[in-house]
Design a protein around this ligand. Structure first.
Ligand code: ATR
Length: 283
């Protein structure tokens, strides 16, 4: 590092669990880029001050995680269309003094899904479990791919209804959890976006496992554990499975590309992520 070293980073609260520093710093080294990536724990009351500070210090950009993904919007100069539709930003780029907000979560999810499953998206009848921030990102991304239909089921039904109504590019509808049994028969892609089953509550499952079947791909956004109880139950019933680690990798790779203007070294980043996951434990 020297006086010419550029800075990017992450703001969140907390940030101690993040694997982004490992992925990004390894990527910069592999590409010979003079940048460093640091994680900053910023409390909600300090968000505006932190953004002004990063702007003043000439950061190339930064990632944004919970709880700042929505609140950060009001501190930016511009928000790209997808991020505006989702209502959340996970990547900020400083370009000629202007701060531009992006959301790479949905696109990162699609890259991972297509990469790992080879799925033909236009043929899918999608069922999304959950209607929070992660669901919004994934649903908006899937809605642009020409999938046959998107059904959203959430514990709080009104949130599912609001999300379905916002997906103008797709044939979308909301159902309540009690209606799941009726709709799963036709589902070809089940996307699990809730926190149910996440470490340390690894014996929790968000859907009756008897609803899972071999004609569907089951995709769980949770990456800790790598194979959730939902994925284990799905596998046991002959369904194909897709875990959440690839989304984490590809949303980071897309952020790298926004900052650096060149393709990310995805294999190097995957290796760094795998190593960081191993040392974190939790399956
Ligand atoms: P994220 O940004 O990870 O999506 P979020 O916006 O807080 O987090 O959304 C969490 C999602 O998990 C919501 O869909 C939530 O359902 P509600 O909208 O009804 O709160 C869902 N969720 C969390 N805990 C749940 C549980 N025990 N059972 C069912 N759904 C749950």
């Amino acid at each position: 590092m020297n006086a010419g070293t550029g800075v990017v980073g992450l703001i969140g609260h907390p940030v101690g669990h993040s694997k982004s520093p490992e992925m990004m710093n390894r990527a910069f080294r592999a590409c010979g880029l003079p940048f460093v990536y640091l994680a900053f724990d910023v409390s909600p009351s300090e968000l505006g001050t932190a953004v002004r500070g990063m702007r003043a210090l000439g950061f190339r950009g930064w990632n944004v995680t919970i709880p700042h993904k929505v609140a950060v919007l009001e501190h930016l100069d511009e928000v790209e269309e997808t991020a505006r539709e989702i209502g959340a930003v996970n990547t900020v780029v400083a370009q000629e003094g202007r701060l531009i907000g992006y959301n790479t979560d949905g696109e990162g999810y699609l890259r991972s899904l297509v990469d790992e499953t080879g799925l033909e998206l236009s043929e899918q009848r999608v069922l999304i479990l959950g209607a929070g921030g992660a669901a919004r990102a994934v649903a908006h991304a899937l809605a642009t791919t020409g999938v046959e239909s998107i059904t959203i089921a959430n514990r709080t039904r009104e949130k599912a209804e609001r999300l379905a109504a916002s997906l103008r590019k797709a044939d979308a509808r909301a159902v309540s959890l009690s209606e799941l049994e009726r709709v799963v028969g036709e589902t070809t892609l089940l996307v699990q976006t809730t926190s149910v089953g996440m470490y340390p509550e690894t014996e929790a499952i968000p859907i009756d496992p008897s609803f899972l079947h071999e004609r569907m791909i089951v995709s769980d956004l949770i990456y800790r554990p790598r194979k959730t109880l939902l994925l284990r139950e799905a596998e046991a019933r002959g369904a194909r499975i897709h875990g959440g680690l690839g989304m984490l990798l590809h949303q980071a790779a897309l952020a790298f590309e926004h900052w650096m203007g060149k393709p990310a070294p995805v294999d190097v980043m995957r290796e760094a992520l795998e190593e960081a996951m191993k040392s974190a434990g939790g399956g």
